[in-house]
Design a protein around this ligand. Structure first.
Ligand code: AMP
Ligand code: MG
Length: 345
């Protein structure tokens, strides 16, 4: 299959909409990462997403809408809880996914057999335009091969998906750079299943009490059932082995410099660059600027693979507050939960 390269003109948006309404796959830009979209109401189209990504069938997809009213119009949810109105008023359109009881029109392939469905109203004007052009809600996971870092540019998408999908619509770089925050409203207390640009602190302000699922920062015990199936997989990983260091700033520099040599890289902060020697160092942004670090993380993980000869990558364990929690969650999965605690040793 030849993958069409579309841009943001009206003709191309209509082409993307037509491919989608006919059951094809189009990668589209959103403010979080690029999504691999299919008609969410068409089980056969959705099945192609799983095949193209190599995604485990038990990992459900997020349904993207272009208006709050689409949830009722397309029978996507059984009912809209009061909390969803409050969340939507503050955070939609935007990088927040809300899990509710599933409606009658959602195929099992989308929800991976669960009785719930994840819904998001993206803010990116191109994502909205393509959903409207398709005339249906779009199921769209991140447009990467399963297990590798999510794509934040059309170039990343083509690296993984060229020849496997009908088209990619190039909308430049994604602003947030990490996938949406996922919150479920089917638990007694609303619970964050995946952290993102909308932080638990912001959610509590809108809703009152909010819980954070254990799987956000901890490794699930072998065989445990994940509230969010996606959280149980090794994820976002470059080919090199990522190791996180829990330590102060000086100790990070000392440890990495002592390990320096062939095959060693560091994902660090701007302030570290002049202090690291004999290591391939990529800065994620200024120290403590987790918005910038989120924006740069996946591109940096892919750049490490581009070097070809990196065996080990060291990074700091981020502070798990605000957007830092989202960076923590992605990095610790990229590292397969491998943390060296220098404070204890
Ligand atoms: P992705 O689209 O690749 O960003 O992944 C979507 C994420 O949302 C995965 O971690 C899924 O496990 C999660 N998700 C989607 N639908 C549900 C659902 N109904 N219940 C719980 N988690 C969900
Ligand atoms: Mg993904």
């Amino acid at each position: 299959m030849q993958t069409l390269h579309l841009t943001h003109n009206e003709n191309d948006i209509q082409t993307a909409g037509k491919i989608l309404s006919e059951g094809g796959l189009v990668a589209i830009p959103t403010e979080t990462v690029y999504g691999l979209a299919a008609n969410a109401l068409d089980g056969a189209a959705v099945a192609k997403i799983f095949a193209a990504k190599g995604r485990p069938m038990d990992n459900p997809l997020i349904v993207h809408i272009a208006d709050f009213s689409d949830m009722e119009r397309f029978s996507l949810v059984r009912e809209i809880p009061e909390a969803a109105y409050r969340l939507a008023a503050t955070f939609w359109p935007g990088p927040l996914t809300i899990i509710m009881k599933k409606g009658s029109a959602v195929p099992d392939a989308v929800s991976a057999g669960l009785d719930t469905v994840a819904i998001r109203f993206p803010a990116h004007p191109l994502a909205q335009a393509v959903i409207r052009a398709a005339g249906v809600p779009l199921a769209a996971p991140s447009a990467n091969l399963s297990g590798s870092p999510s794509p934040t540019s059309a170039k990343h998408v083509l690296h993984d998906m060229d020849g496997k999908i009908d088209a990619v619509l190039d909308g430049g770089l994604c602003a947030v750079g990490l996938e949406s925050t996922v919150i479920t409203l089917v638990t007694e207390v609303p619970r964050v299943l995946r952290p993102g640009g909308v932080t638990p602190e912001m959610l509590s302000e809108a809703l009152g009490e909010v819980e954070i699922d254990d799987a956000v920062i901890h490794q699930l015990p072998e065989g445990a059932k994940a509230a969010s199936p996606g959280m149980k997989y090794k994820h976002y990983a470059p080919k090199a082995n990522v190791i996180l260091l829990k330590c102060g700033d000086g100790d990070f520099i000392d440890y990495v410099n002592r390990s320096a040599g062939r095959g060693v890289a560091a994902l660090c902060c701007d302030e570290d660059l002049p202090l690291l020697h004999n290591v391939k160092a990529i800065s994620l942004g200024r120290r403590g600027d987790y918005g910038a670090q989120a924006h740069n993380l996946f591109d940096s993980l892919r750049r490490i693979d581009g070097y070809g000869d990196v065996v080990t990558v060291f990074s700091r364990l981020p502070s798990p507050d605000g957007v830092g929690l989202a960076v923590y969650n992605r990095l610790i999965r990229a590292a397969g939960f491998e943390v060296i605690d220098l404070e204890q040793s």
